[in-house]
Design a protein around this ligand. Sequence first.
Ligand code: HEM
Length: 523
Amino acid sequence: MDNEHNYNNEEEKYLTTNQGQRVNHTDDGLRAGQRGPLIMDDHHFREKMTHFDHERIPERVVHARGSAAHGIFEAYGGLEKYTKASFLKAGKSTDVFVRFSTVVGFRGSADAVRDVRGFATKFYTDEGNYDLVGNNMPVFFIQDGIKFPDLVHAIKPEPHNEMPQASAAHDSFWDFISLMPESMHMIMWVLSDRALPRSYSTMEGFGVHTFRLINEEGKSHFVKFHWKPTKDMASFVWDETQKIAGKDADFNRRDLWESIEMGNYPEYELCLQILPEEDEHKFGFDILDATKIWPEEMVPLVKAGKMTLNRNPDNFFNETEQVAFHPGHLVPGIDLTNDPLLQGRLFSYLDTQLLRLGGPNFAEIPINSPKKPVNNNQQEGFHRRGNTGKVNYFPNSRATGCPMMAPASEGGYVHYPEPVSGVKTRERSEGFKDFYSQATLFWNSMTAVEKQHIVEAAWFELGKVTEMAIRERVVEHFARIDSDLANRVAGGIGVAPLSPDKVEVLQKEQAEFVDRIWKGRLI
Ligand code: HEM
């Protein structure tokens, strides 16, 4: 769409004020004399300047730097046994809008940094908007939403001097991590080349949490969502990112934009790991724990469809900046679980968007609106546009036409009737407390070169940490993952290698713990 003014069009020929009054002169303020002060009569000046003064909105509290594209999702079908979601039915095409992001940096920071990447997709389905708000790594730092503010405070620049920008290589972050062993699996991913994607079209995406699929009969299966790029995966090496971040801060953004302009469209297959409810407790990890993957050898991927990103946004602010994703934007056939991280997210996104997008009506911004009618009794509030009719309450006997509630058979959303009981507690079950096994699994799956990259990343990151006690604590965690990892990292950051006896004690502790908790489970 061409958004430029068309000066040949009689209606658009002249600049106007916000009131539509044609402007005769916009280059000089109205003054009392050629060398005099501005005068209050100059409403055009005040309107123009006031609007400019209010142009900025708060950037996202995390994932502030993003780049986005429109596209289409085409479903392969064959999943009716698991889900009734209409956009996953064979042959169905659904418009999407995808925003990729870094997490830590400010809106104007560089793309080529060591960081997690956001991979958020809005599906404009015929049953309403469905958001899959994921990352390019399949696990997360923490297990419970209540720790998210601490994680983000620790990873962002330190509060007294706002350093370092867009980097986690500092005391606060590693202090927090060293005291938060549940982060160890994610730390392995973050130190690996996965944190340096060469292009958004060569990285994977993950829904991270365990969700549910619900079929027509109301039966539930657990599910994890994956995006697999159709291009090979590719990452930078660290030295490349250092140069690119300096030479072209927009490297990934430009790559996304130019690929689409050239018709070289990024493509991803949506793949699902599906687990019967009966298998919930079969594994050596809790499936509600977002610091764990489901190994693909145990729960294979099923292909659900292909997404092609084929159109750049018309306007960065209107679309990329104002889009509002939410993990609770669901459609019939997809539901939540009690993953304590996911539960925390359900509160956070709407809350932050009320502030970031100026009040309760941001769903009316075109990029956020579903591509189907919205029909409820909400009204008024800042920037409201869609007030209609004379009846604004339910039930009522005065509105004409059909009732406003849809039964499940007509697409009304019904929450999965999961039985819930328990005592109020802040305790998590023991099943969440194996912090190291999957970190070891990850380390062992790396090639020699990939392992060396992880070690060098740890040297760089921990080498910036000024307090030796923090470095030592992290090395001790690494020793529970793998003694070679711990010793190689220690050697590069001035920490004395742990004695073989100490390593044996740590690893024995870990093995005994896992044995006690997970005896007889699959892994
Ligand atoms: C953005 C909170 C965990 C992926 C955000 C935003 C907040 C937030 C407040 C800014 C939203 C906005 O301004 O529109 C949280 C909390 C979490 C959490 C409280 C843990 C309890 C996660 C996890 C993932 C994730 C586990 C990945 C699965 C994203 C993405 C964005 C985002 C991709 C950017 C969305 C966009 O492009 O607009 N998060 N987050 N977050 N979060 Fe989370």
